[in-house]
Design a protein around this ligand. Structure first.
Ligand code: PHE
Length: 333
């Protein structure tokens, strides 16, 4: 009966274990009583009696040690983890990166007017990044984009713009073409608050029969209105080897209200992208007949637009992964 009692015993704290120990194993405990009674047991029963009390002693000792150990571990765990029965803390969700937020917005706007998304490699060859785009070797305009080359092979480079994706797209698809190409690009520039050796672009390409400059303007106006709200744009003549004519697009950036959070300083015309009618040479380089088709292209920097929209003063913040910076975009989608 005692053996069963010992086996069934449990305790929630060390005090209870100690009381149990005294009850069985203490000086005035049950076991000592049993041992004392040994003398009075008839000889023929001594053997069984002895075995029984030894068994009881072992069981009680093991019980006490086991319970002590378990309770001490539990106490240590509680110290380490606190109250293990309390409700869990809420999981802290990350924030989307501002570059992704703005990129997704741009993709969303252009997808509403029929543009799909195309992507290509960041490590490019000379043909797709330059030559096909009307920038033959030794063309001075190559200097517009300082390039990282793979030292052992001047044909392999880090793309300087995602126009390379447009070349690949035209090589593989016939018009009508409506595609935008978001991605990271690299330029060998000194790193400062305003420029980095890598940044992100979205370039767009529209090729079909009878595409005109008016279509380009209308598309850009649609985009800037969707992106920035009420917006006025201005096109300034410019030069790109792959478009003719070419233009730079400015948006008028003004404070709409005194509490407009988007810009910390500066209002006025701000350049946000380059654009133009695709040069017929580029079309034929990519296997599209320039006598049948025409088109426009444009390209913008995502980093720059994100900086404008969120009032980010330094482009380096976008790649430093400082959680204090990134956490601020938790409420943005
Ligand atoms: N590729 C140009 C750049 O990286 C942008 C551009 C794209 C300009 C398409 C005109 C047409 O600056």
């Amino acid at each position: 009966a005692h053996i069963e009692e010992v086996a069934a015993f449990t305790a929630d704290d060390l005090q209870a274990v100690e009381a149990f120990r005294i009850q069985y194993l203490g000086k005035k405990g049950l076991l000592n009583d049993f041992f004392a009674a040994f003398k009075t047991v008839p000889n023929e029963e001594k053997k069984a009696y002895g075995q029984a009390i030894n068994e009881l002693k072992t069981a009680a000792t093991e019980k006490v040690n086991g319970l002590k150990e378990a309770l001490t571990d539990k106490a240590a765990d509680a110290g380490k983890y606190g109250d293990l029965t309390r409700p869990a803390e809420s999981v802290s969700l990350g924030a989307r990166h501002p570059i992704s937020i703005v990129k997704n917005q741009i993709i969303d706007i252009f997808s509403r007017i029929g543009f799909n998304v195309s992507e290509g490699p960041e490590i490019e060859d000379d043909w797709h990044n330059f030559t096909a785009l009307n920038l033959p070797e030794y063309h001075p305009a190559r200097d517009m984009q300082d390039t990282f080359f793979i030292q052992t092979d001047p044909d392999i480079l880090l793309r300087t713009h995602t126009s390379s994706v447009q070349v690949r797209y035209m090589e593989n698809n016939q018009p009508p073409i409506r595609t935008i190409s978001p991605g990271r690009v690299y330029r060998n520039e000194a790193i400062s608050a305003r420029s980095h050796c890598f940044f992100h672009q979205v370039e767009g390409l529209y090729i079909d029969k009878d595409v005109s400059f008016a279509d380009l303007k209308q598309t850009l106006q649609f985009f800037t209105t969707e992106m920035f709200g009420k917006s006025e744009i201005r096109l300034r003549p410019s030069y790109f080897p792959f478009t003719e004519p070419s233009a730079e697009v400015d948006v008028y950036w003004g404070l709409e209200t005194e509490t407009d959070y988007r810009i910390t300083k500066g209002t006025g015309w701000l350049e946000i992208m380059g654009c133009g009618m695709v040069d017929p040479n580029v079309l034929s380089n990519c296997g599209i007949d320039p006598n049948e088709y025409s088109g426009f292209a444009f390209g913008m920097g995502i980093d720059r637009i994100a900086m404008l929209l969120y009032g980010i003063p330094d482009i380096r913040l976008l790649s430093e992964n400082d959680v204090r910076f990134l956490e601020q975009f938790k409420s943005a989608l």
